[in-house]
Design a binder for this molecule. Sequence first.
Ligand code: GLC
Length: 440
Amino acid sequence: MNYMRYMEERKERTKWFMEARFGMFIHWGLYAIPGRGEWVQSDEKITKKEYQKYFEEWNPTRYDPGKWARIARQAGMKYAILTTKHHEGFCLFDSAYTDYKSTNTACGRDLVKEFVDAFRAEGIRVGFYYSLLDWHHDDYPAYGDMYHPDRENEIFRGKEHHFERYLDYMHRQVRELMTNYGKVDILWLDFSYEGHFGEDWRGKELVEMVRELQPGIIINGRLEANGEHYGSVMTDKPDIYSGDFACPEMIIPPYGLKTPSGVDIPWEACFTLNNNWGYTPNDRHYKTASQIIRKLVECTSKNGNMLVNVSPTAIGEIPGWQKEILDEVGRWMHENAQSIYGCGASGLEKPEWGRYTRRGNKLYAHITEEGIGAIALPGIKGKLKKARRLADGYEMQMFTPWVAREFPDYEFINYGTPECFSFSVEEKTDTVIELTLKEE
Ligand code: GLC
């Protein structure tokens, strides 16, 4: 394999993605009914038979993906990734290879198809999450597996299963997803673990099939990775399972991600809005809009993306509190998205008062700490042409106040005159100042 060329192609493929910066993750499945997280079946070792009642009950009468898409668009999200099948094995799409699917429930709808149509109509790119694990399929290892709900169930000890058959099934389903829904922008596979890595999934064959059916699609790295390790995408010699980007989960890499030789690795950090991916009404550890905004800025400042999760109810609605957070994020994005889309690391020292993001000669100062007096700008001495507040175009005056004469290495901007004037209440979440730099 010509790695240099591979990485060039990867860069080309992921260009729109890395410019988009902000996406919506949607975890939705039968687990929304018990409402104790998407791992409930495994955590509580619920047998298939007991879990069946949720399948029989599934009927999201208020599912209107157009509403979801508008929430995403208003928040400034550019793409959305839906769980077409999570570990529980229930398919939100009309698969020809299983009965365990939404079209066979009271709802009778292909929920994936409606998702694709609705999000596309709002101009949002679409991605499919697909679980490599499957706790419903009879040929998926149960007894002794690390995670399967029946891992300690004596009835399953020594029970014959044919993993090859499961792999055929999994490959066929991915083929359906890549064939029946038009252009798919992202395939988000989840996840690899001991004994189930890369070729154990017949990974090469899978990747080749996906790339043939959906030229231009971007694939995540979990065919050989998980939230703990990101796999060979981290190296200068990625293998075929490496995918196009790394997906850190519930963490922002301290300094972004580069290969040992210094090549930028595309990455996307995913986050929940409380502490669960699936609908969990009793988990009220809500993140704030301000936290989401600042973390989006942090990801951008480190050349990464942020994927924020929503967890619709079993009836089919995004919970009100999640919508409120995203609406507030959207109000900030309305005024400041220019400092996010297409922006990345500035190559400059991190300022005391917040962060920089950058696109060409536009440098964005994200002021997240309340200040007093003039704002010191590191790294751009003699290069500042103009400074405007992004939200309203207000002119930030460029002068070094008399109290700052001891610090000649900085450019200074000021909220106004008299000198030392401060708007201390301004920087509550993130006030963005657009700094236009002189052309080199
Ligand atoms: C983990 C979990 C899963 C979740 C995913 C999101 O791998 O297994 O529940 O969907 O992370 O990153």
